[in-house]
Each structure stands twice: as structure tokens, then as C-alpha cells.
Design a protein around this ligand. Sequence first.
Ligand code: FE2
Length: 171
Amino acid sequence: MPDIRLPQKPTVEDAADVLRRISADRDFLGTCVLPLLGEAAKARGWYVAHSSAHGPCTLQVFVWPPGTATRVHDHSSWGAFCCVAGSVVEERYGRLDDGRTPEHARLRRLWRRRWGGRSGISTVLPYEGGIHRLANPSAEPAVSVHLYGPRSGKIDGRDYAPLRDYVCDRV
Ligand SMILES: [Fe+2]
């Protein structure tokens, strides 16, 4: 894995800088990412191929076989990701309710964007600051690199079911 250097109290902007360096690192792409594309052909769902702690941050490499997708979810930390092989589609949501009713959340889709090639870095802020869903609707596998900051709560984040206006904690 590439050498990650972050300040003691990293911000989401620091994470984006690290991801910019990683996505231009030919060694990393050749030795770590390329083999994952072959592996992806045997997998059915998306999975985390690598996870490592770097001070308060966590670096994860995700593999996205064709046709895979996450739930709509958020994180209790900030996060940043870039797609380093193939492409993924991100849908971002906003919350319309006030969050006071347990297990209830009304969402509105804000935007949909395809990330891949040199299209840049997506960032999310904790909880309502980054409700999203990632998917690979293409016919080719994809690999993305994610860097998450320290958790700001006890939970990992929340999962949403927008068709039922439902939300629950994810531990
Ligand atoms: Fe996420």
C-alpha cells in the first residue's frame, strides 16, 4: 500500500490531497489495483479488499464487480474517495425531515455523478452532510480508494431505505 502521510489532526481536505497522490501513484495502481480487477470477476457483491488505520483515519480499498451497489447510507465521520479503476456512480441525498422521529427519514435525491478516470475526488461530511449511495452499473469492475476520518459518534453511520422513509443506526 502507498505511504500515507497525514497531519496530526487531518481534515477532509488533507484526505483529498492524499487521494490525489494515491491516484497518480503508478506503483500502487500496478501492484495493488490491477490484481483486484481480476479478483472482482469472481466476486458477487462489492467488498473491502484492504483496510488499514493511519492515526485517527482509516484507508480502505473497495472492489466493485459489475452491477453492485451499496445501500443509501451515511457515515459518522468525514470521508473522501476516488475511483482508481473503472467507474462508479454516486447518488447524493438530502434530508427533508427534522430527524426527531426515531427510525424515520425522508430523503430527496440531490445529484447523481459518475466518478472514474481523472474525474476527481468526492467528499462527504458526517451524517446528513453526506447521505449517499455508490454503485457500479457498468459492465466492467471498478476499484475505489476511501479515506475516513475519526468517528464523531459511537456508531459507524446510518443506513436508509428511502422507499419506506426508514433509517437505522449501523454499528
Ligand atoms: Fe459511504
